[in-house]
Design a protein around this ligand. Structure first.
Ligand code: NAP
Length: 533
């Protein structure tokens, strides 16, 4: 491995790359570079150029055609179990070379634990899906969803539902924060369903996603046309999508709204799944006073969510709701823990939090903190000042973790403004009714948590908040050791959320595979229905 572009040129089996050349896309089974100057991507830590991203001049129509004519038929020839075998081999190939992905991730500001959330999290998700498919899907190409329902008195006519593979493709448009996990969690169910994928990674971390695709291509474990990647914009691509296709989007609500109103969705009914912004809450129970284990668990979890991936997680806790009587104690405990966070270059001794993905992102987060601070005050950290270890605080996109306190919960800002960085707001509640009202003001979230050892309180909060959340974690001293945490999406469980969070659903075990298949009600004689197996 060489030092330029973290060795990307020496890893590029499909073609050379140098630090400021255009990042290649993988289309039609070949590595091809867009033209023009592209968008320059800088190292989040040093500010040095990493690559340029451009899809100018690439034939995206040919890529769609390749998916439809090559990838789709190749995948549809395989059974669910054969696709699971390919998926498992893909996960193994990535696992064997994951150190390369860690190293590239460091250039996006990710510490090793941050990179593991993305890389190992993605690989683990692929392994889980391969296993779920072997256990829960037939070694065939059709899912018979239910038993026949008699539709006549004589028993000669009945109906049932079948799930089959559409002749479409899955376009995934991903956010910058999880270049590997974001790709694999969408690829796994599409691949199992027999649907070829085109990945459009976010520009700031496209070089990490691209390298993962290079590893997969070198391993030769996926059928031809099953996976393509466009580095850069995708102008005109949605014009080619429609009924049989699936668009999986992760990113901001603004971009989601733009894509949702595209005729591919509104006119031609491509399936569209959105994971967007989310003002996730964590609730401290009234029983969890200082000295109780749940108080410490709440504080620890909040600090973890603020600092892992420098808070650039769609599921991170943005609103920490605590009983008014203990808000000073919580504030003091969180501030003390944040004081121990060491911000700096990934890999440097002692560093516990890395950088944001880029200077633009830091500007956005500072702006959002300013809006939140107008509704309350900053009680820990300074958005304009940060002590950095092993790097330059001006060239690198570093930010100190910032805790705000907003005593007036009727202010709209904490329920509307998402600071996509190491930022969270403490809000007091007085009684259960006010708590549940404040929780609902998030208007739909990906993840919520309630930290309490009082089963009655936990039950009331979970049931009242469930309809506003995709996932809720109930945390107490008994489950803490095995808990997967507030912010971690789990392959077996639904990831997504209503309202502001986009209204989508991903993961959730085989539900995500079914979402790529098409359900058809078939009516006929019992013999015909039995023959569909
Ligand atoms: P973004 O600006 O909306 O970009 C998301 C993706 O959309 C990128 O790949 C971007 O490509 C692409 N894109 C932008 N305009 C497009 C267009 N007209 N047509 C097709 N693709 C287009 O979001 P972001 O800044 O990357 O991510 C941060 C936001 O995502 C945060 O608000 C966060 O809450 C949300 N997020 C949500 C989840 C979740 O699971 N719910 C996960 C992570 C992040 P380019 O990069 O090339 O512009």
């Amino acid at each position: 491995m060489t030092s330029n572009l973290c060795g990307m040129s020496s890893w590029s089996e499909g073609g050379g790359t140098v630090a400021t050349s255009i990042l290649e896309s993988y289309l039609g089974g070949r590595w091809v570079a867009g033209s023009g100057t592209g968008v320059e991507v800088l190292d989040a830590v040093t500010g040095d150029p990493v690559t340029r991203v451009s899809s100018e001049g690439l034939d995206l129509g040919a890529a769609v055609d390749h998916a439809r004519r090559v990838g789709g038929p190749a995948l549809r020839e395989l059974t669910f179990h054969e696709r699971a075998t390919a998926l498992k081999a893909a996960a193994r190939a990535l696992d064997a070379r994951k150190a390369e992905l860690y190293e590239l991730s460091a250039r996006s500001g990710a510490t090793r634990p941050d990179a593991q959330v993305d890389v190992d999290g993605g690989i683990g998700t692929a392994f889980v899906y391969a296993s779920l498919a072997r256990k829960g899907l037939p070694d065939g190409t059709v899912v018979l969803e239910d038993d026949p329902v008699p539709l006549g008195r004589g028993g000669t006519f009945a109906g049932r539902h079948v799930l089959t593979t559409p002749r479409g493709l899955a376009l995934q448009v991903n956010a910058f924060n999880f270049p590997v996990w974001g790709m694999l969690e969408k690829l796994a169910p599409a691949l199992l369903a027999g649907v070829p994928t085109i990945v459009k990674p976010a520009t700031p971390t496209a070089y990490v996603a691209t390298h993962a695709v290079r590893i997969l291509e070198a391993a030769g474990v996926l059928p031809p046309g099953a996976l393509q990647l466009v580095a850069g914009g995708v102008p005109g691509l949605l014009d080619l999508l429609g009924g049989p296709d699936h668009i999986g989007f992760t990113g901001s609500a603004d971009t989601a709204a733009r894509l949702r109103s595209d005729p591919a969705v509104t006119l031609r009914s491509a399936r569209f799944n959105v994971e967007a912004d989310s003002l996730n809450c964590s609730v401290l129970g009234p029983d969890a006073v200082p000295g109780e284990p749940e108080f410490d668990l709440f504080v620890e979890q909040l600090v973890t969510e603020m600092t892992v991936k420098a808070g650039q997680k769609c599921t991170a806790i943005r609103r920490a709701l605590v009983p008014a009587e203990v808000i000073d104690d919580v504030q003091a405990a969180v501030a003390a823990a944040l004081d121990r966070v060491v911000v700096g270059a990934p890999g440097v001794d002692g560093v516990t939090m890395g950088a944001l993905v880029g200077l633009d992102q830091r500007t956005d987060v500072r702006h959002a903190v300013g809006r939140l601070a107008a509704a309350g005050r900053i009680v820990a950290g300074d958005p304009d000042k940060v002590d950095v270890v092993g790097a330059d605080d001006e060239r690198g996109a570093f930010l100190s973790p910032v805790l705000l306190r907003i005593d007036d919960v009727d202010r709209p800002e904490p329920h509307r403004v998402e600071a996509f960085g190491p930022v969270s707001s403490l809000l007091p509640y007085r009684g259960r009714a006010e708590l549940l009202d404040v929780v609902a003001r998030g208007e739909g979230s990906l993840a919520g948590s309630v930290v309490s050892a009082d089963p009655d309180f936990v039950r009331a909060v979970v049931l009242a908040a469930a309809a506003d959340h995709g996932r809720i974690l109930a945390l107490d001293r008994g489950s803490a050791a095995e808990s997967t945490g507030h912010g971690n999406a789990v392959a077996h469980l639904v990831h997504g959320g209503p309202g502001r969070a986009g209204g989508g659903e991903e993961l959730g075990g085989l539900r995500a595979v079914h979402a790529h298949l098409r359900r058809t009600a078939v009516q006929g004689s019992p013999g015909v229905l039995a023959s569909l197996a």
